[in-house]
Design a protein. Structure first.
Ligand SMILES: Nc1nc2c(ncn2[C@@H]2O[C@H](COP(=O)(O)OP(=O)(O)O)[C@@H](O)[C@H]2O)c(=O)[nH]1
Ligand SMILES: [Mg+2]
Length: 295
């Protein structure tokens, strides 16, 4: 059987639902999701193998102006991922006006000669008439090969989007084994799951200054997996908040994380978490690499 592959970048400003879409496509949580911008820090591949075709979706950190070294890194990841792929999916909110961030991405897409498809996401939140307006505005703005309304949350339109993507597949060997859903090492997925719970449970300022390192990841003979994780934060006061009164917050975060870790690993997980202070790690190249935010 001749196999085909398609490398597809999922672009869009923060919070439009790129990671939610990636997860829906692969049928598993590989990219973390929150309602806070800049949730995704590194480039994550979501892999879908259907019959003779393998799709590699590249979920990018949202495009934004950089303020720290971590921010610089994230912006570069976005720049690199738009070049050299078979297709770019631009994900946008169902809003009938084009903001400056979308305009910037449209410009980049025009500049690469890479085919582009528009996915208007979150259609579960708007009326039909409104959606038609949004489609008209974007149809005028750029030469999209297709415009597909979707809901990454409910899955509406996602199959249609995948069908469109199939047209861009090129003959070639699969890049990943057929049963694999991501290029991220399991350790990294575990660390990200923990970071997601920090984003969910804590006010904005604190999780954005955290990083998670998995210091132990081992499987027992009976299949149980032991994971030790250290949560780094930037201030002693943040450490106190993350741990919480009587350790309640850390317990809550760990228990939410454990459930997702078990879902991903398909087995029982014992998760132990620690919190440490590491000032200004977001401005240190070394620490950014150390936490897995690099190629
Ligand atoms: N109602 C609705 N919310 C969505 C949809 N897709 C994503 N979201 C929400 O939008 C927020 C941002 O999603 P995320 O995937 O992290 O966005 P990203 O920054 O582009 O990766 C989260 O709160 C999601 O639950 C959708 O189709 N419908
Ligand atoms: Mg994301």
């Amino acid at each position: 059987m001749a196999t085909k592959t398609a490398m597809i970048t999922i672009a869009g400003r923060p919070n439009v639902g790129k990671s939610t879409l990636t997860n829906y496509l692969v049928g598993e949580k590989i990219a973390i999701v929150s309602n806070k911008p800049q949730t995704t820090r590194n480039r994550i591949c979501g892999i879908v193998t259907r019959g003779d075709t393998q799709f590699v979706f590249v979920d990018t950190p949202g495009y934004h102006r950089a303020r720290t070294k971590l921010g610089d890194f994230m912006v570069n990841v976005v720049r690199e991922s738009i070049a050299d792929v078979d297709l770019t999916i631009l994900v946008v909110e169902p809003v009938a006006s084009i903001g400056p961030q979308e305009e910037g991405l449209l410009e980049k897409i025009r500049g690469t000669r890479c085919p582009a498809v528009l996915a208007i996401n979150k259609i579960d939140t708007v009326e039909k008439e409104k959606l038609l307006e949004v489609m008209a505005v974007y149809a005028q703005a750029a030469d999209f090969d297709a415009i597909v309304p979707i809901s990454a949350k409910t899955g509406d339109g996602v199959e249609e989007l995948l069908k469109v993507c199939g047209k861009y597949a090129q003959e070639g060997p699969f890049l990943f084994p057929e049963d694999v859903t991501t290029d991220q090492p399991e350790r990294q997925v575990m660390a990200e799951i923990i970071r997601e719970k920090l984003l969910w449970c804590l006010d904005r300022e604190i999780p954005h200054g955290t990083a998670v390192e998995i210091t132990k990841f081992s499987e027992r003979a009976n299949g149980i997996i032991d994971i030790d994780a250290t949560i780094y934060c930037e201030k002693a006061s943040h450490k106190g908040i993350i741990i919480g009164k009587h350790g309640d917050m850390l317990k809550k975060i760990s228990s939410l994380a454990r459930t997702d870790c078990e879902k991903f690993m398909g087995t029982k997980v014992y998760l132990t978490t620690w919190v440490k202070v590491k000032e200004n790690w977001r401005d240190s190249d070394f620490l950014i690499r150390n936490f897995g935010y690099s190629e």
